[in-house]
Design a protein around this ligand. Structure first.
Ligand code: C5P
Length: 301
């Protein structure tokens, strides 16, 4: 048991994201390659009594407490351990832009579950945390799967953790136009005229071992919907590629785009060009291991 714990909550990018079909529960079945990156939020949790209190650094607006994934994750955790009288004081420092497709809220939720479990002396098993994480949101389990690279399917919550790719410099660019995930899925459905029959395609796990091969299978089915919302989307992606990015894509349902570079050399040019197009940029790198506390693969229940 500890009095407090600090957890780093990394962002993710999707190296491949295909929307396969609409399920009867309204969700869409996906094929997704998640990759964790160094851009991150930071969460400090301290023991409290009775309530889950959230304080956000810099007064950043993260929406009402009842909707916030950090608060929901903490309340869910206390419910699960049968300690509804317990509470926590949680301090959140946002580094990841919201509604950007970078998984900020999902990563915060995963970090809250993992952090509380460490602080309270591991009352829950890793399997419990994974199950609860899937209930909180489709992208949350990835951040608990132990690897910075994973293939996801189902809603995105069924995962095959993979060995990490070598770390690469990364430029993340946000156009300042948020795209809520639900709306993005809805627009893709409209654009496809209600029919979900993407062309058959296959890729192998070997394609996820080397960046040169990742570049060949990279893609994101949300891009046509994002291009409608963000007038500078195509030019932004083009600027990444012109500056030498091996992979340039929309992340998740958007609206952030990213470029993975072989070396940091081309990043100055990309940063300048994207800045001129009105994007806010962040330099980062892809991760070759998840920050701790995480669920060690060897101990997963
Ligand atoms: O699971 P999560 O709360 O992150 O999803 C947000 C919204 O995105 C859902 O309410 C749903 O409209 C949509 N969604 C979907 N199919 C998925 C994941 C999310 O339609 N696989």
């Amino acid at each position: 048991m500890q009095e407090s714990v600090t957890v780093v909550a990394p962002a993710k990018i999707n190296l491949r994201l295909r929307i396969l079909s609409q399920q009867t529960n309204g969700y869409h079945s996906l094929e997704s390659v998640f990759c964790a990156v160094s851009l991150h939020d930071e969460i400090t949790i301290a023991r409290g009594t009775g309530e889950v209190e959230l304080e956000v650094a810099g007064g950043v607006d993260v929406g009402p407490d009842d909707d916030n994934l950090v608060v929901r994750a903490a309340r869910r955790f206390f419910l699960e351990i049968g300690a509804t009288g317990d509470g926590a004081r949680i301090h959140l420092r946002k580094g990841i832009p919201a509604a950007a497709g970078l998984g900020g809220g999902s990563s915060d939720a995963a970090a809250t579950l993992a952090g509380l479990n460490v602080m309270l002396g591991h009352p829950l098993s890793d399997a419990d945390l994974l199950r609860m994480s899937g209930e909180l949101g489709s992208d949350v389990p990835f951040f608990l799967c132990g690897s910075p690279l994973a293939l996801g399917w189902g809603r995105g919550e069924r995962l095959l953790a993979l060995p990490a790719l070598p770390p690469r410099p990364l430029l993340i660019a946000h156009p300042g136009i948020p795209i809520p995930t639900g709306q993005a899925f809805q627009r893709v459905a409209e654009l496809r005229g209600g029919g979900f029959s993407p062309p058959a395609s296959a890729f192998s796990i070997d394609d996820l071992r080397r960046w040169e091969r990742v570049a060949r299978i990279a893609g994101n089915d949300f891009e046509p919907a994002a291009a409608e919302r963000v007038p500078t989307f195509a030019a932004g992606k083009e600027a990444m590629l012109a500056a030498g990015a091996e992979v340039a894509l929309l992340s998740g349902s958007g609206s952030a785009i990213f470029g993975v570079f072989e070396t940091a050399l081309g990043m100055d040019d990309a940063e300048r060009a994207l800045g001129e197009l009105g994007f806010r940029t962040w330099r980062a790198e892809t991760l070759d291991r998840m920050p701790s506390p995480r669920l060690p693969l060897a101990q997963r229940g």
